[in-house]
Design a protein around this ligand. Structure first.
Ligand code: G
Ligand code: G
Ligand code: MN
Ligand code: NA
Length: 261
């Protein structure tokens, strides 16, 4: 329908924008960075969430230029935060950017990323690329190669929505990932304090495994202080969710980081 015909030219018309949701250190509550979440300001339908147009963008191939645009904007934003802080006074704010499976198979990914980092003067360790667990299940070496190259450069790779894809845990060793992003469903089950004992055991097990493989654990969808506390006790490293902040404009992230410094 209407979205399908409007999507191909939306990028040129400047209708996309990015909101940022803070990533908070569970130990001390400090803001460590943000996830970039794209939105489409459609002239008739108003603000559309990515669920409404990312599948369409993947289907039509627009996801490659759109994903590149999101990456460039987000890395520029990370640079702007750094400059506004007068260097690294707050510690560098890191930026997380979602990658679609289609972007992984696009041959330009590594070079585009290198060029964007060079143009903006942002170091690779300030960037984390999020790939869903389901995109990497059964991934062959060709698919993993660009991610390996990026990881070798110092870019962090996060396994997004972890725990929903039924991936072989032993498979984790093979993947060039440094962060597990635990799926929101685990956070939801921590709503009650104490949480369901089986879910507690599962999260405890995932955290132990992750840390033994030198992976950091990020939790998403944290909506209450009780959830945050439970997940902190379980050893999770970083959290994201409405309890801290909703996705919002870049100025807000800077304010949050400053307030807390
Ligand atoms: O922003 P929202 O909270 O509605 O996010 C919904 C989904 O859209 C999330 O799963 C997120 O990973 C995805 N998403 C948000 N921004 C991007 C993007 O720039 N690229 C891709 N591929 N997915 C995105
Ligand atoms: O990439 P990913 O699917 O993880 O994207 C995060 C999605 O989760 C976005 O759609 C974002 O708006 C949403 N989200 C972020 N924080 C919360 C939260 O605390 N609760 C809920 N229900 N959704 C959240
Ligand atoms: Mn994500
Ligand atoms: Na996720």
């Amino acid at each position: 329908h209407g979205l399908t015909t409007a999507l191909p030219t939306a990028l040129d018309r400047g209708e996309f924008f990015i909101e940022y949701q803070p990533l908070v250190h569970l130990g001390d509550g400090s803001v460590r960075g943000a996830e970039a979440l794209v939105r489409w300001l459609h002239p008739q339908h108003g603000v559309l969430s990515p669920d409404r147009f990312i599948p369409l963008a993947e289907h039509t191939g627009l996801i490659v230029p759109l994903g590149r645009w999101v990456l460039e904007q987000s890395v520029r934003q990370a640079r702007a935060w750094r400059d506004a802080n007068g260097g690294d006074a707050l510690g560098p704010l890191r930026i997380n950017v979602n990658l679609s499976p289609c972007q992984l198979t696009h041959p330009g990914l590594v070079q585009d990323t290198v060029e964007i980092l060079e143009r903006t003067g942002v170091t690779p360790d300030a960037l984390c690329l999020e790939v869903t667990e389901s995109a990497l299940i059964g991934a062959d070496d060709d698919l993993l190669k660009p991610l390996r190259r990026l990881a070798e450069m110092g870019v962090d790779i996060a396994l997004d929505d972890f725990g929903t894809g039924y991936s072989n845990l032993a498979n984790l060793r093979r993947l060039p990932v440094s962060v597990l992003k635990l799926d929101r469903s685990f956070t939801q089950s921590m709503q009650r304090f104490p949480a369901d004992p089986v879910d507690l055991k599962i999260v405890e097990g995932i955290v132990a495994l992750a840390h033994s493989l030198d992976l950091a654990v990020t939790v998403e969808g944290v909506e209450t202080g009780a959830q945050a506390e439970q997940l902190r006790i379980l050893g999770c490293d970083t959290a994201q969710g409405w309890y801290y902040a909703r996705p919002g404009p870049p100025e807000r992230l800077h304010e949050l980081a400053l307030v807390d410094a």
